[in-house]
Design a protein around this ligand. Structure first.
Ligand SMILES: CC(C)(COP(=O)(O)OP(=O)(O)OC[C@H]1O[C@@H](n2cnc3c(N)ncnc32)[C@H](O)[C@@H]1OP(=O)(O)O)[C@@H](O)C(=O)NCCC(=O)NCCS
Length: 170
């Protein structure tokens, strides 16, 4: 197993919202955006693990403002932390209006991928080392998000979630 720089897992993608991507209000459909987010985050996870990866969970997706037909969508993703076979990947999305040059944050989300072998069984992944203050904060908080995911999916009892117990002082 290797230890990689988080910067080495960074991926950026730019898309133009075309008529087939929109609903009848001319807004980008959520499912289309989720598809782009799924692909870019999977590439980050593969750059980290050098393995086949599968999406196991997606959380904290919120669409703050509509993205309109003809606007540009910019997606950026990077691995925040690796566990045993799983990796958490953060994706940030911006919308840009090329007429007004207005660029606004649309949303961000955390995807969890699991590296699998040819039979689909989980296998250990490379680790990442955070360098910048932002990377260190995301690395640290990834454990708390993981615990929440484990609780919500029924894989962990709330009483076993050490980080949350610390937060609530219990
Ligand atoms: C991902 C998959 C291989 C995991 O299999 P599993 O039998 O649950 O394996 P394990 O219990 O050993 O868990 C493997 C890892 O997944 C993580 N995991 C499992 N369920 C999770 C969830 N709901 N959220 C976050 N992580 C999860 C575990 O924490 C573990 O991570 P770790 O090794 O880093 O500690 C299996 O669930 C699967 O194939 N899912 C379908 C994936 C898919 O088709 N994705 C596309 C969906 S459209």
């Amino acid at each position: 197993m290797r230890t990689k720089k988080i910067a080495d897992t960074f991926v950026s993608r730019t898309e133009l919202v075309l008529p087939n991507d929109t609903n009848t209000l001319g807004n980008l459909m959520g499912g289309k955006l989720l598809h782009w987010m799924d692909i870019i985050t999977a590439i980050s996870a593969q750059k980290c693990s050098n393995r086949i990866v599968v999406t196991v969970s997606v959380d904290f997706v919120e669409f703050k403002s509509p993205i309109k037909l003809g606007e540009v969508v910019i997606l950026e993703s990077k691995v925040t932390r690796c566990f045993t076979s799983s990796m958490e990947v953060k994706v940030d999305v911006w919308a840009e209006n090329l007429q007004t040059e207005e660029k606004r944050k649309s949303n961000s989300a955390y995807y969890t991928f699991v590296a699998v072998d040819q039979s689909g069984n989980p296998i250990p992944v490379n680790q990442v080392e955070p360098e910048s203050d932002e990377e260190k904060e995301l690395y640290q908080s990834a454990m708390t998000r993981r615990e929440l995911r484990m609780i919500l999916s029924g894989r962990m009892q709330p009483s076993e979630a050490g980080n949350w117990r610390k937060i609530f002082g219990i």
